[in-house]
Design a protein around this ligand. Sequence first.
Ligand code: ATP
Length: 250
Amino acid sequence: MNHLIPAIKVSNFSFYYDNRKILEDISIDINQNTITAIVGPGSSGKSMFLKSLNRMMEPEERVKIEGRVEFFGQNIYERRVNLNRVRRQISMVLPKPNLFPMSVYDNVAYGIKLVGWRPKVELDEIIESAIKRAYLWDELKNKLRKSALELSSGQQQRLCIARALAVNPRVLLMDEPCFALDPIASRKIEDLIQNLSSTYTIVISSHNMQQVSRISDFIACFEKSEDQIGRLVEFDSTSKVMSREYVRIK
Ligand SMILES: Nc1ncnc2c1ncn2[C@@H]1O[C@H](COP(=O)(O)OP(=O)(O)OP(=O)(O)O)[C@@H](O)[C@H]1O
């Protein structure tokens, strides 16, 4: 892969919760328009790491951080950073669809309205475009006023992706996006993620190595050592990590 440009550059990042060290000394470049998969055993800090990339875990009394997370050169943990802007540009999708009990349309509109008022015509256009980018338009164009909770789990998760896309992010963080889905719905999400990577930078956490080998360009392997601290132990292109994995399994 030529001309890799880091969208997010993490340097010597450590994360503490209630004075307990959860992640230690993570350094990694998340390259623009690539899919980076975070893998590792349970409780190795994958979710905390993802949430650290858009400052969802805000440093306060219980949360402390060390090191830097730079988004196109700007440290997002600097005080003067506009947090709403960071979270808009680095958008997150959670493991289980977290839609509100409102219509399909209103769910996607929700995030846009938080950002500011827009005329109805413009809102309609943004919502249509986001649903199209999530490859859901054909399925949902006649159901925009129906409750989002009536959709299948796979459709709900893709609608969450549409909602994340509607605010025009540059990076999509996806924490086990296929967690609650059957294999067919999972494959649709995988296809969608691959298509989106030409426009967006994507970071996904997953327990499913087959899925990771199918869709990612880079793999970051986290481990939890005896001291219960999560560390990055390997980061390389997917082909290299998978070939080493193959040798280990053999
Ligand atoms: N809300 C929380 N409060 C306190 N500690 C937490 C919280 N969420 C996670 N932790 C702790 O942080 C550590 C890392 O958890 P995290 O959820 O990031 O791991 P993970 O690798 O994503 O796990 P899994 O694969 O099981 O989802 C664990 O030791 C966990 O107990």
